[in-house]
Design a protein around this ligand. Structure first.
Ligand SMILES: C[S@@+](CC[C@H](N)C(=O)[O-])C[C@H]1O[C@@H](n2cnc3c(N)ncnc32)[C@H](O)[C@@H]1O
Length: 254
């Protein structure tokens, strides 16, 4: 059904590998500080910044858009006891998420632009390296605003230079414009330098676990990790001309 969508089969293969590969789990722990089966750039320090936005003392509800196999949500649930919701177009990923986190959770196979939830459902909505897959980013931000409770928070990791081109500043980014069009005021942190450092760490971690990848006959994934991190083999000045990364916190009602 999703066969023609960007990267669909690549993500099915990726989450199939992630479900069974100790080499990839070890790589994630080294590169990111925790194994969330990351395909993106979210390390533990970034995800810990979500925690203060999750209300304590009442049942909180968190939605992760493009949740993959749910491990990031599982971590947030373990820290806060929150009810976790996630959707992703990868059937393989959602199957793993349902298996790993069966309690106080709702994981669904679904497409950005098609999935919907009742208004005022969530205390926090997260989207880590996913907004670029929206056919209409402004429309997705409008949905997120509607899904949030009145005091809810939208937390996003947003990268330029991979799926969408780099702009000259946050103000010029597609996300800043989508938020503005929805009358949402963002606090953003430019973490491009930290991302360059993280990519170098990813490269080092892939190298460290090369033998394990080869022993598992997962050489193609080792090679892919090396190719994906080639951009960080250059110096930061060169890197920052091609890439930007922002962490963005937006309150529904500022
Ligand atoms: C770059 S990965 C990020 C995954 C995870 N959030 C992370 O930080 O590692 C993009 C995720 O979005 C999912 N995805 C891509 N396009 C999608 C779409 N149109 N609808 C729903 N999910 C999609 C992929 O399966 C994948 O899990």
């Amino acid at each position: 059904m999703y066969d023609d969508l960007l990267f669909y089969h690549a993500y099915e293969d990726f989450y199939r590998m992630a479900a069974t590969s100790p080499a990839f789990a070890a790589y994630c722990r080294d590169a990111f500080g925790e194994d969330f089966s990351q395909d993106g750039f979210s390390d533990l320090a970034q995800i810990q910044q979500v925690l203060p936005h999750i209300p304590q003392g009442k049942p909180a509800h968190i939605l992760d858009i493009g949740c993959g196999n749910g491990k990031m949500l599982g971590y947030l649930q373990k820290q806060t006891g929150a009810f976790i919701h996630g959707f992703d177009y990868s059937r393989q990923a959602i199957q793993t998420a349902k298996h790993l986190f069966p309690e106080h959770s709702d994981f669904q196979v679904g497409l950005i632009g098609e999935m919907d939830y009742p208004a005022a459902s969530f205390d926090v909505v997260t989207s880590m390296d996913i907004l670029y897959f929206a056919p209409d980013m402004t429309g997705l931000v409008a949905q997120i605003k509607r899904w949030l409770k009145p005091d809810g928070v939208f937390f996003a990791g947003y990268q330029e230079g991979d799926v969408i081109p780099k702009t000259n500043s946050w103000e010029e980014s597609q996300l800043a414009k989508a938020l503005q069009a929805n009358a949402m005021v963002a606090e953003y942190t430019d973490i491009t330098y930290q991302t360059w450092q993280l990519l170098r760490k990813k490269r080092q971690a892939a190298e460290t676990h090369r033998e394990l990848f080869l022993a598992e006959k997962q050489e193609e994934w080792y090679q892919l990790l090396m190719t994906q991190t080639e951009c960080a083999a250059s110096d930061y000045e060169f890197f920052s001309k091609k890439y930007s990364r922002y962490l963005v916190v937006t309150r529904k009602n500022p």
